[in-house]
Design a protein around this ligand. Structure first.
Ligand SMILES: [Zn+2]
Length: 265
């Protein structure tokens, strides 16, 4: 974990799991994303309460994916999300949860419960804690509900899975790559000091170019090559692909791109 700016701590995950970010003020703490594990989220929550002596007043999520939200039930605080994110939560039934547990054995020990928000917003929302504005905006791209969270006073933007450092990003069937690239270009222009990624290290704007190039190259090769193996092999020669961890995600990304065809770009 690292305090990147006054009151903002990123509990990063050394194994590629999702990052948890906290903003602590004199009016309490906001937790952004909760990881896959309620027990881990509970640990972060205990740290805030015991060591920082702060109450957790809100929890929020950058998007609905389980690796960012299943930890929600480990934190006793009100949840704040977009209406779109809540729509995804409302269709997460037992079958959905069991399917996630099946892929991640460590989850069997956890009691996963989907938490529903106490407050939702449509596209934008501003939360003020001790005169610090926290601005939420639903931007889409990685998923239709992808939300960025700006803390302008500290020049920090929490971007979730729109930006991933060191690891491969996750392109999913409901990703919109054109939208994703457009959002990244806008984020770069904002010149924040820190962009808090969904996975991997917190980074600066240089990393955004690498992400844009990753997406653009994946789309371009899909147009010219007919086999997924061929694309994976070609991309593997580019350091921007070769040097990222979790190669299995690259294979999966290309498979998704091939399957969904033009409709998601
Ligand atoms: Zn995600």
């Amino acid at each position: 974990m690292k305090e990147i700016e006054k009151g903002i701590i990123v509990f990063d995950n050394p194994y590629g799991g999702s990052n948890i970010t906290t903003l602590t003020t004199s009016e309490g703490t906001l937790i952004i994303d909760s990881s896959l594990f309620p027990s881990k989220a509970a640990e972060v929550s205990l740290y805030i309460k015991r060591l920082l002596r702060s109450e957790i007043v809100w929890i929020t999520n950058t998007h609905y994916h389980p690796d960012h939200t299943f930890g929600n039930s480990g934190i006793k605080a009100q949840l704040l999300t977009s209406e779109k994110t809540e729509k995804y939560f409302s269709i997460m039934n037992r079958r959905y949860i069991d399917q996630v547990i099946e892929k991640e054995a460590a989850l069997e020990e956890e009691n996963i419960k989907v938490v529903h928000p106490a407050l939702t917003f449509k596209k934008e929302y501003t939360l003020t804690l001790d005169n610090i504005n926290v601005e939420f905006e639903v931007v889409g791209g990685h998923t239709p509900d992808s939300t960025i969270i700006r803390i302008p006073e500290r020049k920090v933007i929490i971007v979730g899975d729109l930006l991933v450092c060191e690891y491969h990003p996750e392109i999913v069937s409901d990703s919109n790559l054109d939208r994703w690239i457009k959002v990244l270009k806008g984020l770069k222009r904002e010149k924040a000091k820190w962009y808090v990624t969904g996975h991997g290290k917190v980074c600066n704007r240089l990393e955004i170019d690498r992400m844009i190039s990753y997406l653009q190259k994946s789309i371009a090769l899909r147009e010219y090559m007919s086999s997924a193996d061929e694309i994976v092999e070609t991309l593997g020669q580019d350091p921007n692909f070769r040097d990222r961890k979790m190669q299995s995600l690259l294979v999966e990304n290309i498979r998704v791109l091939m399957e969904t065809g033009k409709q998601i770009s």
